[in-house]
Design a protein around this ligand. Sequence first.
Ligand code: HEC
Length: 135
Amino acid sequence: MHFRYVLALFALALPTCAQDKKQIDLGRYLVEEIGQCASCHTPKTATGELDKSKWMKGAVMDIQPLGPPPAHWHKSSPDLTPSGKLWAKWGEGAMIKYLRTGLTPSGKPAGPPMPMYKYSAEHAEAVLAYLKTLK
Ligand code: HEC
């Protein structure tokens, strides 16, 4: 291929790569720092740290209210990685809607202790872009 064409291809590809990386970095920040998703969606090791080898693979909750738990209290959280059942069942559109509204495809609110997040479109898409990078 002619050198000039190679340069032109790089010029086209670079901004999209940079854009993707920026979106993924924003998603990682929203998941790891703001949403604290891992604290509920990642199992813990015997010594109580988040198990990095099962990052966001779903977990049994180790929290419950001191009083009677609210109705529909969930004792476990689902796998949020793209290979998990949820992605296959919901698809990207439903995942975005859930993060934007806190409502499932059938219109039910997120089951506690899952928070009802109300992310903007930009932030919901960034969270998904990050989740897609997980194994
Ligand atoms: C305080 C614990 C907690 C935190 C924090 C949390 N989750 Fe959850 N999540 C849960 C539990 C428990 C469920 C199961 C609830 C249900 O099925 O209604 C769940 C369910 C989900 C579901 C599937 C809902 C369904 O009906 O199947 C998605 C998607 C999800 N969480 C995404 C996230 C994302 C993304 C974050 C971070 C931005 C997050 N969660 C943070 C506990 C949590």
